[in-house]
Write a protein that binds this ligand. Structure first.
Ligand SMILES: [Zn+2]
Ligand SMILES: [Zn+2]
Length: 283
């Protein structure tokens, strides 16, 4: 069984449409794939319709959250939400708020760039980006305008936190996000908790607190984790009785990782499926 529980489509910042993504999962000989776009379920229906037989589909999402950093200050954290009911009122309202935050943030960053003479059109980026616009879409516009050579260069330069163009968005408090996922029948899994390249780390103490309030698991096997990170997270998950997942975090050609490069053990996936009551795995 090859199980990849974290991938992105054009519904957020991947380059495969949801239909192409599930087809690619079949070609990569995955038995299970989860579609987990940033802050949106917009790719779900297309993925369900295009799913090849033999590939089980997990409907999910990767939420942008704010947690407590290991230095005590707020830190950006991602939370994977699996198999939740998309019609749950409070959770749907929070997704809508996140969507508005994303649009506002990109328009604001593009306006600052325009004011400084960079030829980027925020309205156009938002129109063309689909349901979950983000900094990668602004990065593409900067590449097209010849301002930076690559997505990495964009994130290290004009899109970085220390850039004069940077605008923060107000993400969901991590504890509230876990509550919303649980309330809507889903399973919440902290994404890549040790991915240092993304900045500071989530405090381990907060993972312990979240485990008490219904967190289901931690993503352990991930391209941004070292062997020492994997060891540490496996021990922590065992101690807290959390599921351990593994995933490629595939983004199509926006990142080099391939589908199925990192996978989830079948017994861990079975535990997620057994715990969820929102929507079923599509088989
Ligand atoms: Zn992430
Ligand atoms: Zn991701």
């Amino acid at each position: 069984m090859r199980i990849d529980l974290h991938t992105h489509s054009t519904a957020s910042d991947g380059t495969d449409s949801p239909a192409e993504l599930v087809a690619a999962a079949g070609a990569a000989e995955l038995d299970v794939v989860a579609v987990t776009d940033h802050d949106t379920t917009a790719g779900w229906s297309e993925a369900v319709a295009a799913r090849p037989s033999g590939v089980a589909l997990v409907r999910g999402m990767e939420m942008s959250c704010t947690g407590r950093g290991d230095d005590g200050f707020p830190v950006a954290v991602h939370l994977l939400a699996y198999l939740f009911d998309p019609s749950h009122d409070a959770f749907a309202a929070e997704r809508e708020r996140l969507r508005e935050e994303r649009v506002w943030r990109i328009l604001e960053m593009a306006a600052r760039m325009s004011a400084a003479g960079l030829p980027v059109d925020g309205e156009r980026i938002v129109d063309e980006a689909g349901p979950s616009v983000g900094r990668p879409h602004l990065a593409r516009a900067l590449i097209d305008a010849g301002i930076v050579p690559s997505i990495d260069a964009a994130f290290a330069g004009p899109l970085s936190r220390t850039s004069p163009y940077f605008v923060d968005k107000h993400d969901t408090r991590l504890s509230r996000a876990v509550d919303l996922v649980v309330a809507s029948g889903g399973v919440a899994v902290v994404a890549h908790p040790r991915a240092r390249a993304r900045g500071r780390l989530l405090a381990v103490a907060e993972i312990r607190e979240l485990a008490e309030r219904g967190l289901g698991g931690v993503e352990v096997f991930h391209p941004d984790h070292t062997a020492a990170d994997v060891d540490m997270l496996v021990r922590l998950a065992r101690e807290l009785d959390l599921v351990t997942t593994g995933s490629s975090d595939y983004h199509g050609t926006n990142k080099s990782v391939r589908l199925g490069d990192f996978t989830t053990p079948p017994d861990q996936f079975a535990a997620i499926e057994a715990a969820a009551t929102g929507v079923p795995v599509v088989r």
